[in-house]
Each structure stands twice: as structure tokens, then as C-alpha cells.
Design a binder for this molecule. Structure first.
Ligand SMILES: C[S@@+](CC[C@H](N)C(=O)[O-])C[C@H]1O[C@@H](n2cnc3c(N)ncnc32)[C@H](O)[C@@H]1O
Length: 218
């Protein structure tokens, strides 16, 4: 398990319980330790991974895009919830993280056809993805790196599908109007855009470092 993050809501004990409730497979535990020494932010907390799996199962997801897929933790949880014939498209701009993800999927026995690993940024890869074709689009990483692509990322989601971003409550800065660093400002822009989009029904879940979830209604 990753180091316990500051609780986005509730108590540290509650957050720890939510993470223990979401039991990870041995392959997930190995995937977590594989990325522990790499640079970059940590993978999703178990409670967040479990929520992603629940959302994927609820959407009977057959096609999911993971932006900033890292070493594959979120991907393994998503694959657990997706249909057995579902395909995960995972993209990351760090070759070491992608290598770790490839190892994680191989370890977990994920058939090659179920996971498409792509090196690149959202701006580079999005033109290769079809609008409206995805049951879920799952974003992680620094919000400034994908906020400018938010309209395009939302366009990828089919009607009835789900969009998520993880990390917006980290440190609680988003709630403090006096804080105006670029990442926090980017999180506010993403949250506002999603909240004000009348085609979306959205919520913020205080798990992990905060999960923004939206379902496309039209
Ligand atoms: C928090 S980590 C991902 C963790 C992953 N979702 C998981 O749970 O295993 C964020 C990832 O975003 C990637 N990333 C950051 N900026 C990016 C960009 N502009 N394009 C592609 N990937 C990016 C980083 O390389 C890193 O692997």
C-alpha cells in the first residue's frame, strides 16, 4: 500500500479503513512496489482503484482510456471492473512508467489484446482516439498537463459513459481561494468546466487525493 495520504475528507482512520477494504491482488501490490522508486506522483490509493473498478463494472465498460496511466495500478483495477472482452488504452509520457505498466499487466496475466500501452501526451495521442467511443476516460497526473485538452477528453466519452480525474483535493488547496498556484488554478478550471457542463452529472468523492467523477447524460 502507498503511504497514507492526508484524508481528503473524514478522518485518517476512515481513509485507512477505505484503503484496507479495497484488498489488492498480489500483482497490484507488486505493481505498487515497482513504481515506488520511480519519479512522479504515487499511484492511486486502493480505495480509488476500487472505485474505478466499480465505475467500470457499472458501465459494463468495454473500452476505457487511462490518461497518465503510470505503472498500471489504476489499469489493473479498471481491468478488474471492465467486461472480460474490454480493452484498456493506457497512455503515459514517461517510458519508465510505461515499462512498469507492461510488467504489471504481464504479471497479472492480462492478455496482450486487452491492454494497449501508448507513449505520449494527451495532445499527441488524442487525435488517434475516436470521439464518443469510450465507456470511461480516467485522468491522473498534473492537471496543467491535460486541462487544455479537457474538451477533447470529454468528447471521447460515450453518452452514459464516465469521466474521472484524480487528485483535485490534494492538500486541500482547491478550497482556499487565496491559493493561486498554477496546478491549483488548473484544478479549479477543470472542476468548474465539469460542474457547469449541462451534459454531465458530476460529483467529487473525498477518497485518495480526491476523485472528480462525471457521467455524460447527452
Ligand atoms: C499519478 S501518476 C499515475 C498513476 C496511475 N494512474 C496509477 O494509479 O497507477 C501520473 C502519471 O501521469 C504521467 N503524466 C504526467 N504528465 C503527463 C503528460 N503530459 N502526458 C502523459 N503522461 C503524463 C506521469 O508520467 C505519471 O506516470
Amino acid at each position: 500500500m502507498s503511504a497514507q495520504p492526508p484524508p481528503a475528507g473524514g478522518t485518517a482512520e476512515g481513509a485507512a479503513y477505505a484503503d484496507r477494504f479495497a484488498v489488492e491482488t498480489p500483482e497490484m501490490v507488486d505493481a505498487r512496489s515497482r513504481v515506488a522508486h520511480l519519479s512522479g506522483p504515487p499511484p492511486v490509493e486502493p480505495a480509488v482503484g476500487a472505485m474505478l473498478a466499480v465505475l467500470a463494472a457499472g458501465a459494463a465498460a468495454r473500452s476505457v482510456v487511462s490518461i497518465g496511466s503510470g505503472g498500471g495500478l489504476a489499469g489493473l483495477w479498471l481491468l478488474r471492473g471492465m467486461r472480460p472482452d474490454g480493452v484498456l488504452t493506457a497512455l503515459d509520457g514517461d517510458p519508465e512508467q510505461l515499462r512498469a505498466a507492461r510488467a504489471a499487466f504481464a504479471d497479472a496475466g492480462v492478455p496482450a489484446g486487452r491492454a494497449r500501452l501508448i507513449f505520449g501526451t494527451p495532445g499527441e495521442v488524442m487525435p488517434r482516439l475516436s470521439p464518443g467511443a469510450y465507456d470511461m476516460v480516467v485522468c491522473a497526473g498534473p492537471p496543467r498537463d491535460y486541462s487544455e485538452h479537457l474538451p477533447g477528453l470529454l468528447d471521447l466519452v460515450r453518452v452514459g459513459g464516465t469521466f474521472t480525474c484524480h487528485g483535485l483535493l490534494a492538500g486541500g488547496r482547491i478550497a482556499d481561494r487565496a491559493v493561486r498556484d498554477p496546478q491549483t488554478v488548473a484544478w479549479r478550471e477543470i472542476s468548474r468546466t465539469v460542474k457547469e457542463d449541462e451534459t454531465l452529472l458530476s460529483a467529487v468523492l473525498p477518497i485518495g487525493t480526491g476523485l472528480l467523477v462525471a457521467t455524460k447524460r447527452s
